[in-house]
Design a binder for this molecule. Structure first.
Ligand code: P6P
Length: 330
């Protein structure tokens, strides 16, 4: 059994700064994950469910609870100069002296799919880590957060499912750790996770079908056709929780799609703290992350909470989706 801490120390030289930064950063995320894991497991017994008004989307109290726990854990680490969060309108700059000397900024979705907790369905935490570009020793600025996804130094997620797992990459492969609550540690369970060569699952909310772009509709029909040579029809699997759908597709081979829809003309998922980290992980596992026309990680962000259409998973499946979209321009 190898714990996350032991694994990180062993691999520390692979992180961009071999000074123990990754250990500190992931330790803070690990602490936040343990607290969130504990609280969602008894959410029904605590007064942390229920909806609160918010910008554009219903926020669950649990979302806000997870945000506060992760923010506190990260603020306590001198390596983090500030965070951006799905639950925060603006960037949160950590103004204490230690944090102003922090070299990293973190973007996060503290509890993606929180609405699923009420019905006991898997949810997740997503994080994305960048080296700041503003001068160390001064407060972080918004430019630190609006970097293209190809500048990430680390990214990962925690999936709170039948077991709780932390999955991350620093650009040297994808590694997964399963939480052992009896010991309070994350133990290495999957080293260098790779997508299967071929995928047989597609994840999309078919309820939006009528409003999808023509190319997406044609690709979905392609997934449903009978063709043994290409293992079709694929299985349709959709949990409605990005981290859960992504994690299953990573292990079993599939594609996740959230195209533009009538309700979300730019797509629903957030570029900075949902699409970019998942695309980084996907590429590191031998897959792809696309907005339907090009590499997600090459998009230069303009706004903190901007959305993007998202196609992520096995290379050949994302290639097929892009091909149908290109052949059927709107
Ligand atoms: P829909 C959860 O709200 C989320 O942000 C992702 O985790 C998930 O993939 C998507 O939205 C589900 O959206 O519109 O299919 O319910």
């Amino acid at each position: 059994m190898k714990t996350l801490d032991e694994f990180i120390v062993e691999k520390q030289q692979e992180f961009s700064q071999a000074t123990g930064d990754l250990t500190a950063l992931l330790s803070a995320i690990k602490l936040g994950a343990k607290i969130i894991n504990r609280d969602i497991n008894k959410a029904g017994l605590l007064d942390i469910l229920g909806e609160t008004g918010s910008r554009g989307e219903v926020q669950m109290n649990l979302d806000l609870h997870a945000n506060e726990k992760l923010k506190a854990a990260l603020k306590a680490r001198g390596e983090v100069a500030g965070i951006a969060s799905e639950e925060e309108e603006k960037i949160v700059i950590f103004n204490n002296e230690r944090s102003q000397n922090g070299k990293y900024v973190i973007l996060m979705a503290p509890l993606d799919g929180a609405e699923n907790v009420e019905v006991n369905v898997t949810v997740g935490t997503i994080f994305s880590i960048y080296r700041r570009i503003s001068p160390v020793g001064q407060p972080a600025t918004e430019e630190d957060f609006l970097q293209p996804g190809n500048r990430q130094v680390a990214a990962g997620y925690v999936v709170y499912g039948s077991s709780t797992m932390l999955v991350y990459t620093t650009g040297y492969g994808v590694h997964a750790f399963t939480y052992d609550p009896s010991l309070g540690v994350f133990c290495l369970s999957h080293e260098k996770v790779r997508y299967p060569e071929k995928g047989t699952m597609y994840s999309v909310n078919q309820g939006n079908y009528i409003k999808f772009p023509a190319g997406v509709k044609k690709y979905i029909k392609y997934c449903q056709e009978q063709d043994e040579a290409t293992l079709r029809p694929y299985h349709s699997r959709y949990i409605g929780s990005l981290v859960a759908d992504f994690h299953r597709n990573l292990l079993k081979g599939g594609i996740f799609m959230y195209p533009s829809t009538a309700s979300f003309p730019q797509g629903k998922l957030r570029l900075l703290y949902e699409c970019n980290p998942m695309a980084f992980l996907s590429e590191q596992a031998g897959g792809k992350g696309s907005d339907g026309t090009g590499r997600i990680l090459d998009i230069t962000p303009e706004q903190l909470h901007q959305r993007s259409p998202f196609f992520v998973g096995v290379c050949s499946m994302v290639d097929d989706a892009e091909r149908f979209i290109a052949q059927n321009p709107e």
